[in-house]
Structures are given as structure tokens and as C-alpha cells.
Design a protein around this ligand. Structure first.
Ligand code: SF4
Length: 472
């Protein structure tokens, strides 16, 4: 799918940013040797027509040179480029052959792949089909912060075992400190920088507050964390088997992921379970996102575990019947808010105030089974301190902002909607859709965090239109 059909351009710099002389790599020289008679050209000496990249370059060229768009006197290369640029609909799709060789009979998907494709198919193909990636910065990035917190949660609750309700705060904090020390030692190798150490200390403080919040939640709950980082895949390696979804007579979609946490509640012979996803930032569950095909992972996991036709999940739970879905929850934690009032700094020194402040930064939201008994098992007081529910004076329950209560039948309907969304995403993918799109999907701007900007140049065109300096 990467074979060029018009031309290939290789470039190198003569000098680096400090003016030091540079030479082309051996790859460049070997490639030149393949094409007899080709010599490198100096970019600064190329004719202006050879440097017209897109519609805006060509338009400015035409304006500078006094051409009308209908003029026949444009230089041929420019004429060609102008026609292409003005008529292009940016519908860059893959050929059938390229699509077939990329996907075959089984199309492997994960939520991050689906999100990328729904937001911008071009960016999906750059990321996953061509596997392009910017160079790693070597900094302790968001992803590493997430890994740290995931690991600490997993280790801490595993060490605590069944003592969720009986462990004293002091002992819990000692166990946690030990868990964090051991994990920090594995990532802070060599001689870490002061910045790294400071970030690590901040992370430890945040992790303690989050873990103590979770512990307080479980003390009021009959649900217990049962699995952490549970893999789910078509072959069930070390985890649960996910079923493939047929999209045609010859192709099907397979789904792969890792569930952050699964909590369970045993009632007689039944086992109720809920899926929890950790999010850094102020993320709230959104049914609109689900309907657009975004952020479906928690529900996909929930339905995969409840369908469980292979029986792999029921076996892990030693459950006689089918495990029953009790809901999905985001556990999101936002960044530290700056105190509006300087006096708040003083209050922050108080441990209880600090805990309350942290609780405000933690948000739980999702879809929960509309069954009072099960909701009471999740939070025994039903006060909505941890569980995102509220209760009115008549005793009726409803979800707080971002949370929906659904019956088992409604969950079943949602599962069907999600399945058909996954099918249509997979069909478009298998059909070769690769267009670059910068249209917003609800609140989501596909280009906001896209690392493929330098390739698609859509943003450059937009910034040039606004007259901004795109080089810095
Ligand atoms: S910058 Fe926007 S249009 Fe370009 S690839 Fe990324 S998401 Fe697509």
C-alpha cells in the first residue's frame, strides 16, 4: 500500500540547526546509485513551480503571477497540480488489493483503533497500517503516569486480599508505601533527574489519595475488586475469550483489550460483575459518544463478559450460571485544582480537607443496572457518595450527571446497538476508507491530539488560511 504511483522525494539537510555541516546517510546514497544519472538538487535553487504543494500554495502562485484560474498559460506542472488540488475531494481510499492484504478474513480491532478510525480514517491508517510514530521524547509521559497508577492499584489490592473492610488506614498506607517504593525502584533506574524525582513524589501522593478513596468505597460495598488488567482477546490468552462478530460471509471482526478492573458481588449462585475503567482527566461517560462509535470499550467488555459463550469468564469466577452484568463505571481523576482562595492552601494541610478535596476531583460515571438490591450492594448507604446515583424523597433512584440506570433488557438493547456500530466501522475499514477528516464529532476534535498533522497537512492548510505562521 506504500508503492508510489507518481514520484518519490528523498531529502536531507546540509546543515543542522547550529550550522554544522551534515552529510546524507548511506540509504540516500544507495538509493541514488539505483537511478543512474540522478543528482541531488539544492532545494533553495528549485524553480518555484516545483515547490507548490497544495491548493493554497498554487492559489498564491497564481495570484502572484496574475493568472486567472481559467488561464491556459499556466506552466504544465502547475496546471496539473492546480486541477488536482481544486477538484480533489480528499476521498483517499485504499485499493481493494491493499485492503485485502491489510485485513484478511479477521479484522482485529481495539477501542483505540476504532476511536482513531471514527475520528479520522487517514490518521488511523498512518498510525496502524503504516505504523508511523513520532520519535519518543524520553520524558515521563501521560502514558507512564497511567501505567504507574494502574500498577499501584493492582498491587495494593492484590496484597490486601480479602481485608478490604478490616484493614486500618495506617496499615493500608504502610502497605501502599511499600508497593510504591518497590515499583518506583523498577522505573527510576540509574540517576534520575530532579524533575523525574519530583514527578514521582507527586504521583505517590496522588496515588495514596486515590487508593484511600477506593478503599473507603469498598468499605461501604459488597462488591469486591476481583480482576485487574484482565486481558480479553479472540484466543483468551491469560484472560477471557472474546467472540468474533461476522461482517460478511468471509470476514469478521475480532476484539482485543485489557479491562482495568472487574468487581464482583456473589448472591446465592449468581455472580454480578461490573467493569471499571480508570481515566486521567475529567472524563465523564457519554451516551452520545457511544452512539457515534467512540469510547465503547467498557460496554464492549461488559457485553463480551456477559455473552461468554466459551464459558471462560464463568470458569474464572467458579460460577455455575452465566455471570450477570451490573454496569460499567469510569473512575476519573482530574488534575489538581489551583486554590481560588490562598487560605485554602492552609486548609489543604488538614488531612480530612485534603481527602474531601480529592473526592471532588474524582468522578465516577457510567451505566448501572437499575436494580435497587444490586445498587445497594455497590454502595450500602445508597447515599451517592461514591456511586453516581441520587435518590429522591419518594425513594426513586436515578443517575447523577453522566450516569444512566438501565434494566437488563435495556442493557441487551444497548449491546445490539453497539454490535451494529462495530460492524459498520469494520465494514468501512475493510472497504478501504482512508479519507482525512477534520470534522468535529460532537465534542471531539480529531486533529486536537493527532500526531499525523505533519503528514496530512490539513492543519497547515487551515492555519495558512488564517494567516498563521505554521513553522513556529
Ligand atoms: S491532523 Fe486531523 S485531518 Fe490530519 S490526519 Fe490528523 S486527524 Fe486527520
Amino acid at each position: 500500500m506504500t508503492s508510489a504511483n507518481q514520484s518519490v522525494t528523498l531529502s536531507f539537510s546540509f546543515r543542522d540547526a547550529d550550522g554544522k555541516e551534515k552529510y546524507p546517510s548511506s540509504v540516500f546514497q544507495d538509493t541514488m546509485a539505483l537511478f543512474d544519472g540522478r543528482v541531488a538538487e539544492d532545494y533553495d535553487k528549485l524553480p518555484e513551480e516545483a515547490l507548490l504543494y497544495g491548493a493554497s500554495d498554487i492559489f498564491m502562485y497564481a495570484v502572484r503571477h496574475g493568472y486567472n484560474l481559467s488561464d491556459e498559460g499556466l506552466p504544465s506542472a502547475t496546471d496539473f497540480a492546480l486541477t488536482q488540488a481544486l477538484s480533489a475531494e480528499r476521498e483517499e481510499n485504499l485499493t481493494d488489493d491493499a485492503s485485502r492484504s491489510l485485513f484478511g478474513k479477521k479484522i482485529p480491532l481495539s477501542q483505540s483503533k476504532m476511536d482513531r478510525f471514527v475520528l479520522c480514517p487517514f490518521s488511523y491508517h498512518c498510525t496502524y497500517s503504516l505504523q508511523l510514530a513520532p520519535e519518543k521524547s524520553g520524558k515521563f509521559e501521560g502514558m507512564d503516569v497511567g501505567s504507574f497508577i494502574h500498577k499501584i492499584f493492582e498491587e495494593f489490592f492484590s496484597r490486601l486480599g480479602g481485608r478490604l473492610k478490616t484493614v486500618e488506614d495506617d496499615e493500608a498506607k504502610r502497605i501502599l508505601a511499600d508497593v510504591m517504593e518497590s515499583y518506583a525502584a523498577t522505573i527510576a533506574k540509574g540517576n534520575p533527574s530532579r524533575r523525574f524525582k519530583a514527578l514521582l513524589e507527586r504521583l505517590k501522593r496522588t496515588s495514596e489519595l486515590l487508593v484511600m478513596n477506593l478503599l473507603s468505597e469498598f468499605r461501604l460495598s459488597d462488591f469486591e475488586p476481583c480482576f485487574f488488567e484482565l486481558p480479553i482477546s479472540p484466543y483468551g490468552e491469560d484472560g477471557v475469550i472474546s467472540e468474533s462478530i461476522p461482517i460478511s460471509n468471509t470476514q469478521s471482526v475480532t476484539f482485543k483489550g485489557v479491562i482495568d478492573r472487574v468487581d464482583i458481588f456473589r448472591k446465592d449462585d449468581d455472580v454480578y460483575f461490573r467493569v471499571v475503567d480508570y481515566k486521567i482527566g475529567n472524563k465523564e461517560f457519554s451516551m452520545n459518544d457511544i452512539l457515534m462509535g467512540l469510547n465503547m470499550q467498557m460496554l464492549l467488555y461488559l457485553f463480551a463478559l456477559s455473552t461468554d459463550s466459551s464459558g471462560s469468564f464463568a470458569k474464572m469466577l467458579s460460577c455455575k450460571g452465566k455471570p450477570i452484568p451490573a454496569g460499567v463505571l469510569y473512575f476519573s481523576f482530574g488534575s489538581q485544582e489551583k486554590p481560588k482562595d490562598p487560605k485554602e492552601d492552609k486548609r489543604k494541610e488538614d488531612a480530612n480537607a485534603l481527602l474531601l478535596q480529592t473526592e471532588k476531583r474524582i468522578k465516577r460515571s457510567g451505566v448501572l443496572l437499575n436494580d435497587k438490591e444490586i445498587l445497594t450492594a455497590m454502595e450500602n448507604t445508597l447515599a451517592g457518595r461514591y456511586l453516581p446515583i441520587k435518590i429522591n424523597k419518594d425513594g426513586d433512584l436515578s443517575g447523577q450527571s453522566g450516569t444512566t440506570l438501565a434494566t437488563l433488557k435495556e442493557l441487551g438493547d444497548l449491546a445490539k446497538t453497539i454490535q451494529s456500530t462495530v460492524k459498520s466501522i469494520a465494514k468501512e475499514l475493510a472497504g478501504g476508507k482512508a479519507v482525512a477528516t477534520k470534522e468535529k464529532k460532537g465534542e471531539h476534535d480529531p486533529c486536537a491530539f493527532c500526531r499525523m498533522k505533519p503528514i496530512c497537512r490539513t492543519m497547515q492548510t487551515e492555519q495558512e488560511e488564517k494567516g498563521e505562521d505554521v513553522d513556529g
